[in-house]
Design a protein around this ligand. Structure first.
Ligand SMILES: [Zn+2]
Ligand SMILES: [Zn+2]
Length: 163
């Protein structure tokens, strides 16, 4: 007996009220999945996104810019730059690096703590009690990911019923 894993695909061409994307089971042509807003984080996660991609300033709540070490490119920063970017990335992921907020300049204080990596409580459908990230922060980041990845496919984690 062979089992085939059903694939889902991001299709941002869909034009449903309240739904800005569709997830199509590739194996069933024409069938459309419609998913409510609250599932954005869960859907994006199926395609490799993580709520941990969302990291906000402990003081002003704006997203932190992590591109200096998370998206460093060897063409731009050179070999030495890549080495220190990797080191910073490791420190960041271990929760040892505090990042200065571009919007308000906050980095750390006794009262508010530090702008360090947050694991977040919950699954992106509730605000994070630790860092203050709001549900909307998770939803909009997940939405941006989905919209930027039209055509991406993944194994269906169970959005569509088996035949
Ligand atoms: Zn800030
Ligand atoms: Zn958090």
């Amino acid at each position: 007996m062979t089992t085939t894993t059903r694939q889902i695909m991001i299709n941002t061409e869909g034009n449903w009220p309240n739904f800005c994307f569709e997830v199509l089971p590739v194996s069933r042509e024409g069938e459309k999945g419609k998913l409510p807003k609250g599932l954005y984080a869960s859907v994006a996660s199926s395609f490799g996104w993580s709520i941990n991609a969302v990291q906000v300033c402990r003081r002003c709540g704006k997203p932190l810019d992590l591109s200096a070490f998370m998206d460093a490119k060897i063409e731009e920063v050179g070999t030495d730059g890549m080495d220190s970017a990797r080191e910073e990335q490791e420190q960041w992921e271990a929760g040892e690096l505090a990042v200065r907020c571009e919007s308000c300049g906050f980095k750390k204080s006794k009262k508010l703590g530090a702008n360090t990596w947050c694991e977040h409580n919950g699954d992106g459908t509730v605000p994070c009690k630790t860092c203050g990230a709001k549900t909307g922060d998770f939803l909009s980041a997940a939405y941006d990911f989905i919209m930027a990845n039209d055509g991406l496919t993944a194994d269906d984690p169970g959005y569509f019923d088996e035949d």
